[in-house]
Design a protein around this ligand. Structure first.
Ligand code: CDT
Length: 340
């Protein structure tokens, strides 16, 4: 399958959906010209990244959500993709008819039909206003945890699965899809390079992005297509380095800008088989009887000194790591709660 990863540069708050859809159409046209069959677009691709603001007016919040997909502003994207015979994957903020809000991604086939939907499960950030931050990350406030698990579907001969941004950092995300035979994981991301609670990690943002996706690809014998919304958006620098990653874990294509940019790769699904039948032959090598803690426990509860762990006993919860430490003795200032 020839797959395009259509990275978007920044979307400012004043940009309309119409402005964004025009940019998406340009990327679709380029994808068609370069032989793509499927184009992957970023997380929350229709607006600026709204969780960076504390908002209390529900109308203001809801202005970032789609109540129908396609709706009047997104219809041209669906129509043009269908005219071009392109499938695409799109991230957007979804508001349901019964008033639930999710960070959602859909796979749309070349006939304009939604064939797979995923609602983000690992919501990063915080739920309350934290004014000490340079910018907010309020996904836990504006979205509910997704209720669809990680479904996969067969599309153009590949087993395709979806996840979104922070999900890519968690091995369980890929494994749940790996256990369904996934061959192509499609994901979008909005990753601020600065992480206010852990600024000492900022210089590793690009490394951690690729580390997570490359490990997920290799350990589950799948292609992974990770697509950024990148660049300086409302003063916040978002990571680029969108990448198409082979089941070997190797990056086969990567963007070189933080603007609108298409990268393309021929994703040979046979490469998945090589790994699925050898090193990662799950039926042969997995030992789920030893993995119970993974589904029974959320937090880590280290063994007490001098005692071996009892994997089926929940330990006392450990206090969280706390706020960033002042770098110098005597540094002053409010010490904020250290949350992601
Ligand atoms: N959108 C999203 O999920 N962003 C998060 C930022 C977390 S801060 C480390 C991400 O995991 O990229």
């Amino acid at each position: 399958m020839i797959v395009g990863a259509a990275q978007l540069g920044p979307i400012q708050r004043a940009d309309s959906r119409g402005d964004v859809v025009k940019r998406l159409l340009a990327l679709l046209h380029e994808a068609k010209a370069r032989g793509c069959e499927l184009v992957v677009l970023p997380e929350l691709a229709l607006t600026t990244f709204s969780p960076r603001w504390w908002m209390t007016d529900q109308h203001e919040i809801d202005a970032f959500f789609e109540t129908e997909m396609p709706g009047p502003e997104t219809r041209p994207l669906f129509d043009e993709a269908a005219r071009l015979g392109l499938g695409f994957c799109l991230g957007y903020a979804e508001k349901t008819a019964d008033d639930h809000r999710y960070n959602t991604s859909i796979l749309v086939d070349a006939g304009g039909r939604v064939v797979l939907k995923y609602r983000k499960i690992h919501l990063p950030g915080h739920a309350e206003h934290e004014p000490w931050r340079a910018f907010q990350h309020l996904e836990k406030r504006y979205f509910e945890v997704g209720d669809l698990g990680w479904p996969v579907t067969r599309y153009l001969g590949a087993v395709v699965g979806l996840c979104i941004c922070n999900d890519r950092r968690w091995p369980e995300t890929y494994r749940v899809m790996g256990l369904q035979g996934v061959e192509l994981v499609l994901l979008g991301y909005n990753t601020p390079i600065h992480n206010p609670p852990a600024p000492e990690q900022d210089h590793l943002a690009g490394f951690h992005n690729h580390l997570s996706m490359q490990a997920g690809a290799y350990q589950n014998a799948t292609w992974v297509v990770g697509v950024a919304k990148a660049g300086r958006e409302e003063g916040c620098d978002l990571l680029g380095q969108s990448a198409i990653i082979a089941p070997s874990g190797e990056i086969v294509a990567m963007t070189s800008s933080v603007g609108d940019e298409l990268i393309v790769a021929r994703c040979d699904l046979e490469l998945c088989r090589g790994y699925k039948e050898t090193t990662f032959n799950f039926a042969r090598h997995r030992r789920p009887e030893h993995y119970r803690l993974i589904v029974e426990r959320t937090r880590s509860a280290p063994a007490q000194p001098g005692r071996s762990s009892k994997p089926h006993t929940l330990g006392a919860p450990r206090p969280s790591r706390g706020p960033p430490r002042p770098s110098r003795v005597g540094a002053r200032g409010v010490t904020p709660a250290r949350r992601q």
